[in-house]
Design a protein around this ligand. Structure first.
Ligand SMILES: *[C@@H]1O[C@H](CO)[C@@H](O)[C@H](O)[C@H]1NC(C)=O
Ligand SMILES: *[C@@H]1O[C@H](CO)[C@@H](O)[C@H](O)[C@H]1NC(C)=O
Ligand SMILES: *[C@@H]1O[C@H](CO)[C@@H](O)[C@H](O)[C@H]1NC(C)=O
Ligand SMILES: *[C@@H]1O[C@H](CO)[C@@H](O)[C@H](O)[C@H]1NC(C)=O
Ligand SMILES: *[C@@H]1O[C@H](CO)[C@@H](O)[C@H](O)[C@H]1NC(C)=O
Ligand SMILES: *[C@@H]1O[C@H](CO)[C@@H](O)[C@H](O)[C@H]1NC(C)=O
Ligand SMILES: *[C@@H]1O[C@H](CO)[C@@H](O)[C@H](O)[C@H]1NC(C)=O
Ligand SMILES: *[C@@H]1O[C@H](CO)[C@@H](O)[C@H](O)[C@H]1NC(C)=O
Ligand SMILES: *[C@@H]1O[C@H](CO)[C@@H](O)[C@H](O)[C@H]1NC(C)=O
Ligand SMILES: [Zn+2]
Length: 508
């Protein structure tokens, strides 16, 4: 057996640069934990007690219980995980990582206010410098990894100019996160479509990407707009370059933006090999659901976002087999997928229970399991991306993993590790985060050189931005909305006895 909690490295036998390079890629062995592994033959989760995970370079090379039956690499760091839970990292299939500077400003926002104040065509398009985008994106990605998110499908609708786009991509590459960075083709005042195409072609040739956990995809919200020729061009670029993903916002209902499968079908874009991710898709039709199943594309349900903004998700619980989870706008609420999985689990339970109770019957069983929530937060994200190398903890998979402190006060007494994470853990219980075989959080602290200086740099940007936004009047939300649908005031919650509601001010 290996000594636990020891940093064992072979003596430096030579001073050649190649030695040092291989040292930085030392193998890591996490020992003695409970591993939420993936059994490929059973096609299901497999719990390995007294389990160890061997990581070599960017991948997991072995998962085993007890002692290893093979020969371990000589250059090995052993990390004791006794009492801990080891899981794969979470996959976020929809996020706008650039928006960090707005944190807490949108605590009482609605979707219409969001679009006018914080979205892609809001004043952010003129007020954010490339530096604001860069530093917000960078600390936003560290925030995500700190919370156990190891893969992000990023929807960077801050690509208002070549410099802004480059800043967002640079921060993504520097962060070390696994990103399906879906370059956004948008309607930008001073950035023609032709110039956007040229920039994206340059990015596709960026050699830094080949050697990183970043892949380039495309995000696009123009499918249901009138200029079908431009949309056709975007799709041709996607196919010519076999981009990693194409993603869009599909809202619908009172909100419009119906970029649904039925619309993409009119471009013959469902029957090709690039995965499509429809964010929200709350109001998808029966035909949309059939198309998702037929062509194996996914929706990204962002539970907290859909509740916060009022998208709602009336049909999303009915298409869980073509569903993965996302955070969306991390400046407004929880930025971790654990919270999203928990909210979605409990709200789906409520929805399914309601059908029985509305019939005046008593639910005979619980309609959704913690395993299902865990899989939505991990493997389903990988399936949405058609990747077999992430979202699972198994030999051959990428080394994107989390070590949870099994002795944390919130977890003490657990026996089912999946239930422990889904219902009891919080992101503060995450000890270590590894992405692509590299520690990004270690012993509860982000492994980022110069993080404090980055925090200062971010706060300078965020303080300036927040001062401007505080002075900005709220959009008018009375009468008829821009889309012709009437506004209506919701009932305000009342938390005060007597008159008045104590809705209270926003403390910004
Ligand atoms: C790890 O990377 C090194 C250097 O590229 C390579 O020589 C070695 O075979 C790799 N190990 C595994 C297990 O893939
Ligand atoms: C875990 O496995 C190691 C290596 O085989 C063994 O020495 C140890 O006793 C095991 N621990 C438990 C609690 O079974
Ligand atoms: C080691 O164990 C694994 C998993 O049980 C098995 O597939 C493999 O054949 C074993 N290798 C040796 C050398 O016994
Ligand atoms: C476009 O350029 C004009 C002239 O420089 C400027 O006034 C305007 O704010 C720019 N718009 C955007 C969205 O950057
Ligand atoms: C992004 O990084 C590249 C390579 O270091 C650099 O040339 C470029 O200027 C950077 N972009 C921005 C906006 O800083
Ligand atoms: C779109 O392309 C078609 C065929 O190339 C062309 O006839 C049509 O004029 C174009 N429409 C617009 C709006 O550019
Ligand atoms: C596109 O890339 C994926 C993943 O790398 C690959 O599996 C697929 O075969 C490629 N498709 C085409 C048409 O080249
Ligand atoms: C998708 O369908 C269109 C129209 O039927 C056809 O032309 C095209 O070859 C199909 N593509 C693939 C990849 O099957
Ligand atoms: C909601 O927040 C805005 C600031 O963004 C504030 O002006 C407004 O008063 C808040 N609404 C209520 C009812 O407190
Ligand atoms: Zn979004």
């Amino acid at each position: 057996m290996l000594p636990s909690n020891v940093l064992s490295k072979p003596p430096l036998l030579c001073a050649l640069a190649s030695c040092c390079v291989s040292l930085s890629e030392a193998a890591t062995l996490f020992t003695g934990g409970t591993v939420i592994a993936w059994d490929a033959s059973a096609n299901y989760l497999d719990i390995i007690r007294n389990g160890s995970v061997l990581v070599e370079n960017d991948s997991v090379s072995a998962v085993f219980s007890g002692s290893y039956n093979g020969s371990l690499p000589s250059d090995l760091e052993v990390v004791d995980a006794t009492n801990d839970i080891i899981s794969t990292g979470f996959i976020d299939t929809h996020r706008h990582s650039w928006q960090t500077a707005f944190k807490t400003l949108g605590s009482n926002t609605t979707l219409v206010r969001y679009l006018e104040r914080y979205g892609t065509n809001s004043p952010a398009s003129t007020m954010f410098t490339p530096e604001d985008v860069y530093i917000g994106q960078l600390v936003g990605l560290y925030e995500a990894m700190n919370g156990g998110v190891t893969t992000i499908v990023d929807f960077p609708h801050c690509t208002w100019s070549a410099a802004h786009a480059s800043a967002a991509l640079n921060a993504t590459l520097e962060s070390g996160v696994r990103s399906e960075w879906a370059y956004n083709f948008g309607e930008y005042e001073n950035f023609t479509f032709e110039a956007q195409v040229e920039l994206f072609q340059d990015m596709l040739g960026d050699a830094r990407i080949d050697d990183s956990p970043v892949r380039l995809g495309i995000s696009y919200d123009g499918f249901s707009r009138s200029d079908r020729n431009q949309t056709r061009k975007v799709l041709d670029i996607a196919i010519e370059n076999n981009v990693s993903v194409v993603t869009t916002h599909a809202n619908g209902g009172v909100y419009g933006a119906p970029n649904f499968p039925e619309v993409l079908q009119t471009f013959n874009f469902l029957n090709q090999t690039i995965p499509l991710i429809f964010a929200h898709a709350s109001y998808h039709s029966v035909t949309d659901a059939q198309l998702l199943r037929q062509y194996n594309h996914y929706i990204s349900t962002t539970p907290e976002s859909e509740m916060h903004y009022g998208h709602l998700h009336p049909y999303s619980h009915l298409i869980m087999e073509q569903q993965a989870l996302g955070v969306d706008t991390h400046f407004t609420f929880s930025s971790d997928i654990l919270t999203q999985a928990r909210i979605w689990l409990q709200s789906a339970r409520q929805t399914f229970y309601r059908q029985v109770v509305d019939d005046r019957h008593i639910p005979a069983d619980n309609p959704m399991s913690v395993n299902q929530a865990f899989l939505l937060a991990t493997r389903s994200g990988a399936l949405a991306l058609r990747r077999s190398d992430i979202g699972i903890l198994a030999p051959g998979a990428k080394a994107d993993l989390l070590v949870w402190n099994g002795r944390a006060p919130s977890l003490l007494g657990w026996s089912d590790p999946v239930a422990a994470l889904m219902l009891h853990a919080n992101v503060g219980d995450i000890k270590h985060v590894m992405v692509d075989g590299r520690f990004r959080k270690r012993d509860g602290v982000l492994s980022v050189e110069g993080y404090e200086a980055l925090q200062d740099r971010f706060l300078e940007s965020a303080n300036r931005i927040q001062r401007v936004w505080r002075e900005m009047p709220l959009p008018v939300t009375t009468g008829e909305s821009g889309s012709g649908v009437d506004f209506e005031r919701p009932v305000e919650a009342d938390i005060k006895r007597g008159d008045g509601t104590w809705y209270g001010p926003q403390f910004d």
